[in-house]
Design a protein around this ligand. Structure first.
Ligand SMILES: Nc1nc2c(ncn2[C@@H]2O[C@H](COP(=O)(O)OP(=O)(O)O)[C@@H](O)[C@H]2O)c(=O)[nH]1
Ligand SMILES: [Mg+2]
Length: 335
């Protein structure tokens, strides 16, 4: 089935994909980090896109069916996939898609159209009171890791930062944050394990205000006895924060693990319904073939995607940029 001739054609198509991307792609370490991080998702999409041309002269229904499958495998989701495929079908009818280049360009346009509206970076305004960022999400999503990455980033921007050790549920969590804070000279407000999260964050807000801190990052627990329990706890946290500052929290940042695929969308919908999420960080985009989840989120929820996590290291957090993301997705690895 995969004879020599076909293999050759596949390589030629892969080169075309790269060529198109070279024209527009940003160079530099950040881009290559993002691209290599996304290589598994990218693989699913780009190799799928290249594969659909094997033995095909013209772009037809079969091409689109294969493409559709690849989008679904990457967890782009039904609705976003349908939107992309419908547009491509329309373009085929209009005889606009004549070759690989035009298909890839059309794909890029479609993907951007979906992601652009949620590509809204977090802006920290100058305020008389500390900016409060409340981090929420299920256990293991990457909240504490992301807090560390954000703290370093804000510090590098010349802002003063404080952390609230609001995950009082796990014994090691508080200590972990304290040790990290000490090492990085970032103050951490904590009470003992089992303390009330809302009370820890209340304390931290007062301390942040007294010390003229610019940004308070508040950690929370991700696992309680039941999902209802977790939501009630977080609602209480939000109420208590608002008692001290009616404008806070200035950001309710949901942290989502990309590798859980479509479940991430359900989680985002639940958290949003209960708490009103204002920003999303999608973690673990390195090492997953399910980076398409961003499209599903964009298509179903009008919530800004602020950052993406592409590794466990302190610098492995990037401001989400729709254009850069799509380019990284459609650039095959090893190029
Ligand atoms: N590969 C990868 N691992 C991550 C990323 N973000 C977090 N992690 C890892 O995910 C695990 C859980 O993270 P943690 O911050 O403790 O999650 P939390 O329970 O939400 O606070 C840790 O092992 C982190 O190193 C990411 O962007 N990429
Ligand atoms: Mg944690």
């Amino acid at each position: 089935m995969f004879g020599f001739r076909k293999k050759k054609e596949k390589t030629a198509s892969a080169e075309k994909v790269t060529e198109v991307n070279k024209k527009t792609k940003k160079s530099g370490a950040l881009f290559s980090k993002l691209r290599s991080g996304l290589s598994k998702t990218g693989n699913a999409l780009t190799s799928g896109m290249t594969a659909v041309f094997i033995g095909t002269k013209k772009i037809d229904d079969e091409t689109l069916e294969d493409l559709e499958t690849n989008l679904l495998i990457a967890d782009v989701g039904m609705e976003a996939t349908q939107q992309i495929i419908d547009d491509l079908m329309h373009r085929i009818d209009n005889k606009e898609l004549k070759d690989v280049d035009s298909l890839i360009n059309a794909m890029q346009e479609n993907m951007l159209k979906i992601l652009q509206p949620v590509s809204r970076p977090l802006v920290i305004e100058k305020r008389p009171e500390p900016t409060v960022i409340l981090m929420i999400g299920i256990n293991g999503a990457g909240k504490t890791t992301t807090i560390g990455k954000l703290a370093k980033r804000f510090q590098a921007e010349g802002k003063s930062v404080m952390l609230a050790a609001g995950d009082t549920f796990r014994a090691a969590a508080v200590e972990q944050l304290q040790v990290w804070g000490e090492r990085n000279k970032i103050p951490v407000i904590a009470q003992g394990t089992g303390a009330d999260t809302a009370s820890v964050i209340y304390d931290a807000m007062q301390s942040a205000k007294a010390n003229n801190v610019d940004i308070l990052l508040a950690d929370t627990a991700g696992r309680l006895h039941t999902q209802d329990n977790l939501m009630e706890e977080l609602k209480k946290v939000k109420r208590v924060i608002q008692k001290l500052d009616g404008n806070a929290p200035h950001e309710i940042m949901l942290v989502i693990d990309a590798s859980i695929g479509q479940n991430a969308l359900i989680q985002a919908q639940q958290f949003n319904k209960m708490l009103g999420v204002t920003g999303i960080t999608v973690t673990k985009l390195d090492g997953t073939a399910k980076g398409g989840i961003l499209f599903a989120i964009a298509q179903n929820l009008d919530i800004a995607i602020r950052f993406i996590g592409v590794g466990e290291g302190i610098d492995d957090l990037q401001t989400f940029d729709a254009k850069e993301f799509v380019q990284a997705l459609l650039t095959p690895p090893d190029h």
